[in-house]
Ligand binder design. Sequence first.
Ligand code: SIN
Length: 342
Amino acid sequence: MRDVIYAGREFSRARVPAPDPMIVCVPPRLYSGIGMRLHPTGKFDNRGENYRHIEARPLAAAMGAEIVGVDVRDVRDEQFQEIRGALFRHKMIYFRNQKLTHADHEQFSLRFGPFAEDAYTSGVTGHRDVHPLIKEADDRSEMVFGEGWHTDSPFLAEPPSITMLYSVEIPPLGGDTIWANSALAYALLSDTYRHMIDGLKVRFSIRDVLRSAQRAVEQRNSPIGRLAATREAERLSDDLMRKIEGNAHPIVRTHPVTGEKALYVDGAYAINIEGMLPEESAPILKYLTDHITQHAFTCRLRWQSETLAIWDNRLCIHQAFNDYQGYRRELYRTTVSGEKPR
Ligand code: SIN
């Protein structure tokens, strides 16, 4: 039997002493900042409101809700007002069993506002604002579109406000999407931390996503496959250079309709805090992304075909999983134009 080290001393395995009760009984406050992270408490309010024209069934304590009693092809104005309110309240909402054509998808998206510039694709034939997100069963890429925690296209001057994703074919396992509530994360920072980051701006760039795609993705006629294809290009297009240069936006963003404040940071596109050295900025960006994406602030959607999910990019970040190798996944997305973040 090999010896083991315990509390800096060597013991034979047969004689390892019981844990020191003095260590076990140290009051938790003396451990602050190390060891197990406790779940935050308070400020969680994802209950469904008493709507008159829809029903909202919360998905998790932190965010997300299924909206029932709605046929997306035929939404009355009074229903739409409640759906929009539910989106801002729950950050991500979804509707099951919706039989949508691309035209239906477009029409519902336009209720929220004009289409945004899509940073990755130019749509399907006849519907330039409906963007295919398809991963084929034989695609062995080690990265999938939407991998890495992100808000949609924050490297643009006016990033899309809302995204609407509709599922057609879903793998029998995997391919879920997960969201994290960045407004709740902001509310649960200490006053001192909030004060410290107030007024800071983050630069967002497509740089690191491009680099990862060039390294890990097969060249295909797909949004991420086309990015991967640039690894053989002699020079990058002006459009791609513009997205690498990116834009700087406030790290704390105020929602233009509700006034709610949220962290505007992610793990995929946020590259630096303006005016800081990279080594000063990196720990703040890492802390804030880890903080937003802790499990307690998330919800996860198990897709079924004919599900429409909608999220507000100003209030949450999200991530796709690449865990369904050998299966096909087919979804379509529209994005609604947004304002310059403030
Ligand atoms: C996205 O990031 O917009 C795509 C999410 C997904 O495919 O689940």
